[in-house]
Structures are given as structure tokens and as C-alpha cells.
Design a protein around this ligand. Structure first.
Ligand SMILES: *[C@@H]1O[C@H](CO)[C@@H](O)[C@H](O)[C@H]1NC(C)=O
Length: 315
């Protein structure tokens, strides 16, 4: 009883994150599956970053944005996933207090930057398709750099504006996060005071950024689709297929985010499964959908590969 009281008053120094299931076999299966996906995600995105960097044909606004998106995806996949994968097969799934909040901060920094970047990529396509004559003038080098800097800045602002509210809450146990990694709503629920105001801050901030980026994306893609329909040309079906793929990514990425952050505190047991989408599924979808189905990109990767092979034969 005494130790119970002590526990109640002291700040917890670590969190325990539960896995997705209690079954050992399924945990091992997920361990294998997530490890493979993780390796593919990092190598796929790295390949895109390197290709965009080295192949001059790809030095255009669209590919600069794609390269930067791949970089964000690579980091988004790398900060929580490795520990989460290891935790799947460990008995003690412990994460330190600082580690937990670092995960939350990075998730929101990178997730926010990614959302804003997706909006800018839609803007880029909008200008290219709806204002083709002014494309080079509007999307000049300065604007590209500005868009990249803005996406990081908004990501930072988004993360920086909500972490201070949560990190200073009293956490006196229990310390079990019901997810595979530290997620803001789930950690907030563990605080031992009434967190109503903090919850409102989180919904207002995370909910609004997800919802507004999502709406802007849907509207701009609809405008683009309507424009393509009315200017029938030979490139129509290709542009159509590309846009459908873009919209798929947008829905898969934003769907879970909006679900988790608009109704974040209503004890959804599905939240931990949805979290898998934005940490594991989206980072690998982007290289598949945005780039590897793209002919220009495939040609560039071949070129890079040939240059690599030739340079090795020469030396
Ligand atoms: C990111 O965007 C900047 C600005 O357009 C560009 O110079 C840089 O090469 C891009 N980075 C990658 C990895 O594509």
C-alpha cells in the first residue's frame, strides 16, 4: 500500500509500449514483415534521393519535391520503427521518458512537414497542368527552396506548439502506452490530472493540420482532374493514372491521421493499428506510387546504375 502511494506521487521515468497483439507467433510474424518493409522503405527512398541528386534530367521542381519527400519518408520510417520492430520480440518493451517524447516530437515534425510537402506537390502539379505556360516562371529555383523551407518550418511549428503542453503534465503511473510507439493522445491519457484543455490543444493543432491539408489536397486534385477532362489530349490517360495514384496515397496517409486526431480521446482500440499506416505503410507507398511507376524515374535509375557499373569496370 505504501509503495503504491509512493508510485502515485512520483513522476514516471519510463514508459512501456505494448505490442499490437499478445500472441507470440503473430509478434514474430510482424517482426519479420515489418523488418522487410523497413529495409525496402529505406533503400527505395534512398535510391530516389540519390537518383534525383545525380541525374540532371531530374533537376526540375517536381523531382526536387519528390526527392525531398523521400528524404522525409526515410527519416519518418527510421526514428520509431527500428525500436518498435525490436520491441515486438523483446519481453521488456521499455522506452525512456525522454525517448518517448523525442518520438512524439519527431513524429509531428516529420508528419507535419510531409503533409505540407504533399500540398506543395499538388500545387506544383496544378501549375504544371493548369498554367503550363507560366510553369517555369512560377516554380523557379527560389520558390522551390522556399517551399521546402516552409514545409520544415510548419512541421516544426506544429510539433513545437503542442509538445510543451504534454511534456509538463504530471505522469505518476500507470505508464503503459497502448500502442507500438509513443503517440501523443495515448501518452496524454496517462497523465494523472484532468487533461481536457491539453486534449483540445491537440485536436485543434493536429486535427486541423491534417484536416486542412487533406481538404486542400482533395480540392486541388479535383481541379486538376476537371482541367484534364476538359482538355482532352494524348497524355490524358497517363496524367489521369498518375493523379489517381496520388489521391490513393493521400487517402491512405490522411485517413488514419484524421481518425486518430479528430477523435483522439475516445478510447479507440483501433488506433494502434491505424498508427501502423503512417509510420510503416505510407513511407513505402510514396516511392512505389510517386516514383517507381514513373518512366522518367526508371530511366534515370537505369542510367545511374550503368554509370555505377561502368565506373567500377574502369577502376
Ligand atoms: C530538395 O529541394 C531542394 C530545393 O529545390 C533541392 O535543391 C534539393 O536537391 C532537394 N533534395 C532532394 C534530396 O531532392
Amino acid at each position: 500500500m505504501e509503495s503504491m502511494e509512493q508510485l502515485n506521487q512520483s513522476q514516471v521515468s519510463e514508459f512501456v509500449s505494448l505490442g499490437l497483439t499478445n500472441s507470440q507467433d503473430i509478434q514474430f510474424l510482424l517482426f519479420a514483415l515489418f523488418s522487410v518493409i523497413y529495409v525496402l522503405t529505406v533503400s527505395g527512398n534512398l535510391l530516389i534521393v540519390v537518383t534525383v541528386f545525380y541525374i540532371p534530367n531530374l533537376h526540375t521542381p517536381m523531382y526536387f519535391l519528390l526527392g525531398n519527400l523521400s528524404f522525409v519518408d526515410m527519416t519518418l520510417a527510421s526514428f520509431a520503427t527500428p525500436k518498435m520492430i525490436v520491441n515486438l520480440v523483446k519481453k521488456q518493451k521499455i522506452i525512456s521518458f525522454a525517448g518517448c517524447f523525442t518520438q512524439i516530437f519527431l513524429l509531428h515534425l516529420l508528419g507535419g512537414a510531409e503533409m505540407v510537402l504533399l500540398v506543395f506537390m499538388a500545387y506544383d502539379r496544378y501549375v504544371a497542368i493548369c498554367k503550363p505556360l507560366h510553369y517555369m516562371a512560377i516554380m523557379n529555383k527560389k520558390v522551390c527552396v522556399l517551399l521546402i523551407v516552409t514545409s520544415w518550418f510548419l512541421g516544426l511549428l506544429h510539433a513545437g506548439l503542442q509538445i510543451p503542453f504534454v511534456v509538463n503534465l504530471p505522469f505518476c503511473g500507470p505508464n503503459t502506452v497502448e500502442s507500438i510507439f509513443c503517440d501523443l493522445p495515448l501518452v496524454t491519457k496517462l497523465a494523472c490530472i484532468d487533461t481536457y484543455i491539453v486534449e483540445i490543444v491537440i485536436v485543434a493543432n493536429s486535427g486541423m493540420i491534417s484536416l486542412s491539408c487533406f481538404s486542400i489536397l482533395l480540392i486541388s486534385y479535383s481541379v486538376i482532374l476537371i482541367t484534364i477532362r476538359s482538355h482532352s489530349s494524348t497524355g490524358q490517360s497517363k496524367a489521369h493514372a498518375t493523379l489517381t495514384a496520388y489521391i490513393t496515397v493521400v487517402i491512405i496517409f490522411f485517413g488514419p491521421c484524421i481518425f486518430i486526431y479528430i477523435w483522439p480521446f475516445s478510447n479507440h482500440s483501433v488506433d494502434k493499428f491505424l498508427a501502423v499506416f503512417y509510420t510503416i505503410v505510407t513511407p513505402i507507398l510514396n516511392p512505389i506510387i510517386y516514383t517507381l511507376r514513373n518512366k522518367e524515374m526508371k530511366t534515370a535509375i537505369n542510367k545511374l546504375w550503368n554509370a555505377f557499373v561502368t565506373s567500377r569496370e574502369d577502376s
